[in-house]
Design a binder for this molecule. Sequence first.
Ligand SMILES: CC(C)(COP(=O)(O)OP(=O)(O)OC[C@H]1O[C@@H](n2cnc3c(N)ncnc32)[C@H](O)[C@@H]1OP(=O)(O)O)[C@@H](O)C(=O)NCCC(=O)NCCS
Length: 155
Amino acid sequence: MNDTTIEIRPGRADDAATIAEFNVRMAQETEGRTLDRAILDTGVRAALADASKARYFVAEAGDGHVVGQLMITLEWSDWRNGEIWWIQSVYVHADYRGRGVFRKLYRHVAELAKQQGAAGLRLYVERENAAAQTTYAQLGMTMTHYLVMEEMFDR
Ligand SMILES: CC(C)(COP(=O)(O)OP(=O)(O)OC[C@H]1O[C@@H](n2cnc3c(N)ncnc32)[C@H](O)[C@@H]1OP(=O)(O)O)[C@@H](O)C(=O)NCCC(=O)NCCS
């Protein structure tokens, strides 16, 4: 397979199970974390039903299978009077890695973001996830001088 057999398209309601499964695998692989499947399923379906929450883009192979994904959420930047597109939930099926699938997803989204007047792209990545960091750098992203801080609530 090469990347010419891959099509990038928006995520649809019938991708929900695959997107949730890819999130489970991504969390396990990158953070050793087991996600609550019921919460995750609801969260994925909520985003697929309401583009103001998030938008998914998926990479579909010639046989119709989804083999990669990312999710976009928006941050308003008053400094730039524009939107920063955050890339999240990045995952490429293990059998399809190293073949340009993520490159194609990234390029598609970057082009769309430019067309729609976005100020730029951002993402956060695990400190230890060197493979993903190298991937993002290869695509032209640079390290920021920001750290991410948080206070998460029990719900
Ligand atoms: C990171 C990930 C999305 C890359 O997807 P991919 O489809 O294999 O990446 P591509 O084939 O499009 O590669 C794009 C560029 O990144 C580089 N790259 C890809 N995987 C790499 C790796 N493991 N180590 C170093 N560089 C890598 C490639 O060399 C390529 O650059 P080049 O074409 O100039 O050589 C994929 O490995 C993955 O899903 N990993 C597990 C989940 C994960 O880490 N998600 C990110 C959470 S922040």
